[in-house]
Design a protein around this ligand. Structure first.
Ligand code: SAH
Ligand code: SF4
Length: 372
């Protein structure tokens, strides 16, 4: 069976080359070709011996997920739709800003955690993405976006905030993170790679040891009663444990604060009293808040808080000295906003293609028909 080299981080490539009787230097050369230069054709890896190139061509492949669609929004946001086989599609979003270019990467097809306000959650869980499928989104997006006039890459930041819960796919996410940080691969600084989690406490502790990157935590509620309803994983890892895990994480984190994400749901979690309760909750955790106006999807049962409500909520936090930003909704016209990523995922149990979201950007694509 051929091995997909995009599944391997530097240590994995070293092992692979060692098994072939090759020196670590070869692994490093190939790592650079694959990720620093984005090369997928062994023949073009010109400083690799011809005999080794032939061996690689026979034994290995470079297989990123297949790009099905690339759509651009009016504000410059780009959305990439990838086929990950068996009727599953995932999405990756590129968000250009004046001082950076951020790629929002998916880690699972669907998600098992079923947060009440999330379209991905409503689709159910399909499967974990492989390391090649996770890093492959960056690989493919780099190809699609090209380089800036100085020859630099356009993507300067990565956020693991697309479809899926990254800490529920720990091993594959870890390999992909290591490649993002590796100087011979993407060379991103730890501060420019942010993992967002709904709060899987034991995995936060592992990440803190294995590969601390910037951390965002999806809080969404100031007390257990409400969070149990909105983010069901809270029943397993309640707020007191989550806050303690945040404090532990900060001991090794590249940034000295955690970003709390807070989706603004009209009449549900957006009262002044909720903001004040939040202040008490996060008292001992150095943090910033990022308020996310809820992005609606059919049958969600929630409405977005009004602009004035969001402003007041932000003001209460800010007055108490917590830096609070409100996320601009980007890529609205291509349904690339937070919590809207869906694609069309085939429900394997019922063997029908569920269109949990029909969007103008996606509805012409029947992934299930294209997949082998
Ligand atoms: N599973 C991870 C990362 C992916 S979700 C997590 O939950 O943190 C990225 C962010 O978008 C999370 O904060 C999530 O709660 C939020 N989100 C999900 N659905 C949303 C929606 N419909 N509107 C706005 N934000 C949403
Ligand atoms: Fe999963 Fe995150 Fe959506 Fe919750 S918000 S269902 S954890 S992707």
């Amino acid at each position: 069976m051929t091995i997909n080299l995009l599944d391997l981080d530097a240590a994995g490539l070293n092992d692979y080359f060692a098994r072939m009787g090759e020196k670590p230097l070869r692994a490093k050369q190939v790592l650079r070709w694959l990720h620093r230069f984005g090369e997928g054709d062994f023949e073009r890896m010109t400083d690799v011996a011809k005999s080794l190139r032939a061996k690689l061509a026979a034994d290995a492949s470079v297989t990123p997920p297949q790009l099905l669609r690339d759509s651009a929004a009016e504000d410059g946001t780009r959305k990439f739709l990838f086929d990950v086989g068996n009727g599953n599609a995932i999405e990756t979003v590129f968000i250009p800003e004046a001082d950076r270019g951020t790629l929002c990467v998916s880690t699972q097809a669907g998600c098992a955690l079923d947060c009440a306000f999330c379209s991905t959650g409503k689709q159910g869980f399909n499967r974990n993405l492989t390391a090649a499928e996770i890093i492959g989104q960056l690989w493919q997006a780099n190809h699609a976006l090209g380089r800036d006039p100085h020859g630099e890459r356009i993507i300067s930041n990565v956020v693991l905030m697309g479809m899926g819960e990254p800490l529920a796919n720990y091993e594959n996410v870890l390999r992909a993170l290591r490649l993002m940080l590796d100087d011979n691969a993407y060379g991103l600084s730890r501060r420019r790679v942010t993992l967002s989690t709904s709060g899987i406490v034991p995995a936060m502790d592992r990440l803190r040891e294995d590969c601390p990157v910037a951390l965002a935590v999806s809080l969404h509620a100031p007390n257990d009663a409400l969070r149990d309803r909105l983010v069901p994983i809270n029943r397993k890892y309640p707020l007191a444990e989550l806050m303690a895990a945040c404090r532990r994480y900060l001991e090794t984190a590249p940034r000295d604060f955690v970003t709390f994400e807070y989706v603004m749901l009209d009449g549900v979690n957006d009262h002044d009293g909720d903001a004040r309760e939040l202040l008490r909750l996060v008292r001992d955790v150095p943090c910033k808040f990022n308020l996310i106006p809820f992005n609606p999807f059919p049958q969600s049962g929630f409405r977005r808080s009004g602009a004035e409500k969001i402003r007041r909520f932000s003001e209460i936090l800010m007055t108490a000295g917590i830096v609070t930003t409100t996320r601009k909704t980007r890529g609205d016209d291509i349904d690339a906003a937070c919590g809207q990523l869906a694609g069309q995922v085939q429900d394997r149990t019922s063997r029908t293609t569920r269109t949990t979201r029909t969007t103008h950007a996606l509805k012409s694509i029947q992934v299930a028909e294209i997949a082998p």
